[in-house]
Design a binder for this molecule. Structure first.
Ligand code: CDP
Ligand code: MG
Length: 137
């Protein structure tokens, strides 16, 4: 079964939306197979956002992602990678469709509530950054 890495970013956790966000994924039929509350270090950020190093928003993104705790989780289900990205909505909440998590909860283009893997190779790479085999069910 397909798996994806989801992060409830520091803004959404601080704003008290974690329960609603997890409830939404469960309501869509996805299974939680790993979950933890943690703080992203700069070293984890550099691995997780490797393809963004050098972009104009990179330093601000890392500053934000390491500023406060987040929730990391792995969701499993049919076509979960594409479906979770659809449920999350566009990167910039100003462009996100009605009812998407980013439309509902994101603060701005950087503090945008959630992360989700964008393809199978990213999902496998990202899951391994956040969870050991023993932490995955
Ligand atoms: O998260 P998503 O895959 O939708 O977007 P991305 O293009 O892979 O960018 C990763 C993250 O960088 C975004 O979720 C934003 O938090 C941040 N970002 C930003 O701060 N400013 C941008 N212009 C683009 C992305
Ligand atoms: Mg991305």
């Amino acid at each position: 079964m397909e798996k994806t890495l989801v992060l409830i970013k520091p803004d959404a956790l601080a704003d008290g939306h974690s329960g609603d966000i997890i409830k939404r994924y469960e309501a869509e039929g996805f299974k939680l197979v790993a979950l933890k509350l943690m703080r992203m270090t700069r070293s984890i950020a550099a691995k997780h956002y490797a393809e963004h190093i050098g972009r104009p928003y990179y330093d601000g993104l890392v500053e934000f992602m390491t500023s406060a705790p987040l929730i990391a989780m792995v969701l499993e289900g049919e076509n979960v990678i594409a479906r979770v990205r659809e449920i999350n909505g566009a990167t910039n909440p100003a462009n996100a469709a009605e009812g998407t998590i980013r439309k509902l909860y994101a603060r701005d283009n950087t503090k945008n509530a959630v992360h989700a893997s964008d393809r199978p190779s990213s999902a496998a790479r990202e899951i391994a950054i956040f969870f050991s085999e023993l932490e995955q069910f």
